[in-house]
Design a binder for this molecule. Sequence first.
Ligand SMILES: C[S@@+](CC[C@H](N)C(=O)[O-])C[C@H]1O[C@@H](n2cnc3c(N)ncnc32)[C@H](O)[C@@H]1O
Length: 379
Amino acid sequence: MIDKKKLNKFLKEKKIQSSINEISEQIELSIKKILDEKIKEIKNKKRIIANDNAKEHFLPIEVFSKEEIKSLPDWVKHNILKARVIGSSKRVIQTEDGKKYHIKNKLNDLSGAEWTFFLNSVITTRYSTNGKDSFAYHIRKIHPSPKPPQLMRQIIEFFTKEGEVVLDYFMGVGGTLLGASLCNRKAVGIDLNDKFIKAYTEANAYLKLKEQVAIEADSIEFLKNDIGGFLNKEEVSLILIDPPYGNMLSRPKTGEALKRGRDISPTPFSDSKLDLGNMIWNDFLRIFNQSILDSMKYLKNKGHIVIFIKDMQPKQKELNLLHTDIIRDLNTIDNLNYLGMKIWVDQSVNLYPYGYPFGFVSNQIHQYILIFQKVESGK
Ligand SMILES: C[S@@+](CC[C@H](N)C(=O)[O-])C[C@H]1O[C@@H](n2cnc3c(N)ncnc32)[C@H](O)[C@@H]1O
């Protein structure tokens, strides 16, 4: 025990009484704060335990039918015996690790937290182009703009359940098809260019993934007729496409490439007249819109169409906001609603001093991911 009298006498002699008073006040305040917090914490814990004890806990097998349990995603089914039903609506299953799944989720197999994570309007990535994480980029790089399979997988996992069908009728070297295989979905891809399809097959074999259906054809004709009978009506849950952006790649390059003495020759996907990448923007828009209309017969009701698109640089009075042209036109299609967009920021794109030293020219390292849904009235 501290002898206060002695201590005060000592402090007075040393003339440090006032500062000691201040310090002890501070210490008292801090201790009080810590104690208050601890008391609050204990009270909270007691309340949670009391609530938990008051509530009846149900096991999923007591609440749901065999059919309902059978339709659950594997990660829930495999843990069903240790899961419990939470909430008064008795619709949410919580597995032992705390993940939640809503029995009425008809869209995907994601937990509540994974669902929320996907709703972020921006996806920022820096995918590797070397090694295992590049998903055979060394084979896919023969294409001027291959999409990362991991990114396509994320989108597929939100808009489909395991085993459902995805269609990509501008498949290139198969970013979508590889993404679908990575999460056990079926996929059908179409591309005009045989060399891209071969690269997909090679990348797929290299990655030892399940091979998807890849068809060499002009999609515009194919979708009208379903030439090979590969697709049934209303079988597809998600149409995920990354169309050629007007004639962006088929024009000679300008700007930085020109200044640096690099090869400025165009990099079109092909020289075919059927290639949408070789069309002027208004022709592209007309034919692209028709392809969407024709593809909708394969899409199930409430299924989604997800489109990647990049704007071109504005030029004098031309805005070149390709993504708004597409939203405006597709939103006029009956039974197709625009739901919103995500912006993909690709941080592996190099930055160039475009316009330097004269004026502003943006480095566009983002693309738009536009989301539409087929909604048949009365269904
Ligand atoms: C932007 S790329 C798609 C890249 C793809 N997402 C990937 O991961 O490789 C567009 C593709 O559309 C294809 N294409 C253009 N017009 C077409 C048509 N009429 N029918 C089928 N494919 C076409 C091109 O050959 C090109 O590979």
